[in-house]
Ligand binder design. Structure first.
Ligand code: AMP
Ligand code: MG
Length: 354
């Protein structure tokens, strides 16, 4: 080994050691900051997805455990696959009899029906038979025949989901409800409520991408949520600043399968029984209500850009960001959005209220 090489080795060794020390200092600072801020973080798996929590509160760890328990309670009654859940019992008794359901299930079914009506049927609480036919319920993907879909579409009428006090009934045999497009949003509202009841004034949590931010960050700035780049899992399109708001994204890129070179995703257009082809890659909704954000992200994905924007103009009460197949990121004027498109080819446009 010549001297020059030894010199380089020594130098890199020294750099490495300084790097180590700096990293250690930075880590130490982070730990101290966390302690000062009372920052508590946790990750868990529930409702078939990863959930993360950041809670700023001296009893943060205990509060997160309470939140997790509430999530598991809701999962047990709302899951479409757990045998004894309200949803499974309701689906099994379709066309036969009414079943008793918990208050939460009642609220969810009512809200699903009502918001589905407002969204002109693009969100359909009774879409399950079609979702199942595509194999998304049991992850046994297949492309159904048109005749099969036509027959199943006869069973997806939300008006045939009958609700009475504490009970629900699906009028036709073969009907089924699927709360996959609404349950996490509802759960995020419940968790936000629970955190606030426990005195939490600053927190952010994500239930598999259903994000909710309470108050502001400890440094006084708003919480920021990255808008995913639907074309690249390692990239993002910008940052959404929120305060006491939910952010929910629906996108064909989130769950899909491929057959004969064609992609089929999990958001079904109730008018056709096929995965929605609306020219969108994703829709993100920002709203004070998690359940509304969850329903509308699915509904506006089915509607597409033009109809979605018209719906926003008409309804208000929420904001939206559309990412289109044509390469546009379109945000409604109320979103506090920083577009960061340097690393991708998207262009940005903001839409004002008429
Ligand atoms: P999301 O990820 O919130 O957009 O919800 C998608 C999930 O909701 C799917 O995985 C299905 O379980 C269900 N779903 C699909 N299409 C619809 C629809 N048009 N209306 C209601 N739920 C749907
Ligand atoms: Mg949804």
């Amino acid at each position: 080994m010549n001297l020059k090489k030894v010199g380089i080795l020594l130098l890199t060794g020294m750099l490495f050691c300084t790097g180590c020390a700096e990293r250690r200092d930075a880590m130490q600072k982070m730990v101290e900051n966390k302690k000062m801020e009372n920052r508590h973080e946790a990750t868990t798996f529930a409702m078939d997805t990863i959930m993360t929590f950041t809670v700023i509160h001296e009893d943060g760890d205990e509060i997160i455990i309470d939140a997790e328990q509430e999530i598991r309670r809701l999962e047990n009654i709302l899951s479409i696959t757990a045998e004894n859940s309200d949803v499974s019992r309701l689906n099994a008794a379709a066309g036969k009899e009414a079943v008793s359901i918990e208050k939460d299930t009642q609220i969810l079914l009512e809200a699903g029906k009502e918001l589905g009506d407002i969204a002109k049927g693009t969100f359909d609480i009774a879409i399950s038979p079609v979702v199942k036919a595509w194999g998304f319920t049991e992850e046994a993907h297949r492309v159904p025949q048109q005749a099969e879909l036509d027959a199943l579409l006869e069973l997806t009428d939300p008006d045939a989901v009958i609700l009475e006090e504490g009970r629900a009934f699906l009028q036709k045999e073969g009907m089924a409800v699927d709360l996959g497009g609404i349950a996490k949003g509802y759960t995020s509202d419940r968790v936000a409520e629970l955190l606030k009841e426990n005195g939490v004034e600053s927190a952010i949590f994500s239930l598999g991408g259903n994000v909710y931010g309470i108050g502001k960050k400890p440094d006084g700035a708003q919480w920021e949520v990255a808008l995913a780049n639907p074309l690249d899992a390692n990239d993002y399109c910008g940052l959404i600043a929120i305060e006491n708001q939910a952010v929910v994204t629906s996108g064909g890129y989130q769950r899909y399968f491929e057959e004969d070179g064609k992609k089929y995703h999990h958001i079904i257009d109730p008018a056709t029984g096929y995965p929605a082809e609306s020219g969108l890659l994703s829709v993100t909704i920002i709203s004070e209500s998690g359940i509304e954000a969850d329903v509308l992200s699915t509904a506006l994905y089915v509607m597409g850009l033009e109809e979605g924007l018209a719906f926003w103009q008409e309804q208000g009460g929420f904001d939206a960001i559309f990412v289109t197949e044509a390469g546009e990121v379109v945000a409604t004027e109320g979103v506090c959005f920083t577009f960061e498109g340097q690393d991708n080819d998207f262009t940005y446009r903001m839409v004002e209220r008429k």
